[in-house]
Ligand binder design. Structure first.
Ligand SMILES: *Cc1c(COP(=O)(O)O)cnc(C)c1O
Length: 368
């Protein structure tokens, strides 16, 4: 069986030593020593000013919107994991779906302005597959119209652009350390922010709104990362560069093997971007390829290869959201097309080259 991903974990002995330490100290959560160390080490690793650790990425997204007091309407992408839009829903905010670019799969910055209304307060783009959004254009629109920008950077751990972290753009960025992500703390997440006051406010919000023992400044939530998650995160930082390097080599092998197959499109790579190789998406043009994306998906499955259709269906196609006027397929022609073309192939640090070759043989089989 080859699954789309498999978590990268440090040697068990290293984690068990830490477990013993936490056991003996009996400090399990609430800004403990491992939490403090991980927060610091992570900010250094990522090249950002402030990190606020969270129990998971979804609660970090919900809290990021609270921290900036976002209300009304927020312009976002339908081509993402459903939690992006759910975070708006949990804040009573109306999502406004904007179409995406075919080349990056990210929100099409050229189409944002036409969706702005007097109720719009923010933009919530996603760096899909870790590909950077058009951050300059988005910043320009936000500045012109007085909007906040929160990046769902759940795919973008360690991604850089022109030598700078992609997480340094926008008002806030949100990471996920879920088991399926390139960097995992079992479950986990973070908000990246650029000033100390904001960090303080976010830290209050993730702990019920407590500013001190007796003062509650807002109806905050419980979204704290515990010591076990933080300790794993601290260990993972030792191994992440090696894991990304392995992913990169496998991604290059996929590119080489698949480059001559008609009807398969792969995303371009920009030399100014440092990628994390979180996913390896391919796009199937069924006319040119000779079969549909779903046929290929099933054929791989029959060979015990479990690729995933990230992201299908679109968020705007789910019953909860499809009644919104911006969810109309007419508004989202590119997203509607690529959701039927995309297939994410297995990619993780422990995957071996023979498996990549095997997957590519199954893909090319009926073409010969
Ligand atoms: C994983 C993911 C989330 C949610 O993160 P969790 O840690 O699983 O809560 C949100 N947005 C995107 C784009 C994701 O991939």
């Amino acid at each position: 069986m080859i699954y789309v991903t498999k978590p990268n974990l440090p040697p068990f002995e290293e984690f068990s030593e830490i477990l013993k330490d936490i056991w003996d100290s009996k400090w399990l959560t609430n800004d403990g020593p491992y939490h403090k160390r991980f927060e610091q080490a992570l900010a250094e690793y990522l090249g950002v000013k402030y990190v606020c650790l969270f129990a998971n990425g979804t609660l970090a997204l919900v809290t990021a919107l609270q921290a900036l007091r976002i209300t009304g309407e927020v312009i976002t992408t339908p081509f993402s994991f459903v939690a992006t839009t759910h975070a708006l829903h949990w804040n009573g905010i109306t999502p406004v779906f904007c179409d995406v670019e075919p080349d990056s799969c990210n929100i099409d910055a050229e189409k944002i302005e036409s969706l702005i209304t007097p109720k719009t307060t923010a933009i919530l783009p996603v760096h899909v597959y870790g590909n950077p959004c058009n951050v300059r254009k988005i910043e320009k629109i936000a500045d012109t119209y007085g909007l906040k920008v929160i990046y769902d950077a759940c795919h973008a751990f360690g991604v850089g652009i022109n030598g700078d972290s992609i997480l340094n753009f926008g008002d806030l960025s949100v990471l996920s350390f879920h088991a399926t992500k390139v960097f995992t703390t079992f479950e986990g997440g973070a908000i990246i922010c650029h000033d100390e006051k904001m960090k303080k406010r976010i830290d209050f919000l993730k702990n019920f709104g407590f500013a001190d023992e007796t003062v509650v400044v807002a109806p905050g939530i419980n979204a704290k990362m515990n010591e076990f998650q933080a300790a794993l995160g601290l260990l993972q930082l030792k191994y992440i560069d090696g894991a990304i390097e392995k992913r990169k080599n496998l991604a290059m092998l996929y590119r080489k093997n698949l480059s001559d197959i008609g009807g398969i499109r792969m995303l371009g790579e920009d030399t100014n971007v440092k990628y994390n190789y979180q996913y390896f998406p391919v796009f199937i043009d069924s006319a040119a390829f000779g079969k549909s994306r779903d046929d290929l998906y099933n054929e791989l499955k029959n060979n015990n290869i479990f690729a995933r259709r990230y992201f299908y269906p679109l968020i705007s196609q789910f019953p909860t959201y499809k009644g919104l006027s911006s969810a109309s397929p007419d508004n989202l022609p590119v997203a509607e097309r690529i959701t039927n073309e995309v297939l994410c192939l297995p990619l993780y640090a422990d995957l071996d080259e023979d498996s990549v070759d095997k997957i590519c043989r199954v893909i090319s089989f009926r073409k010969q």
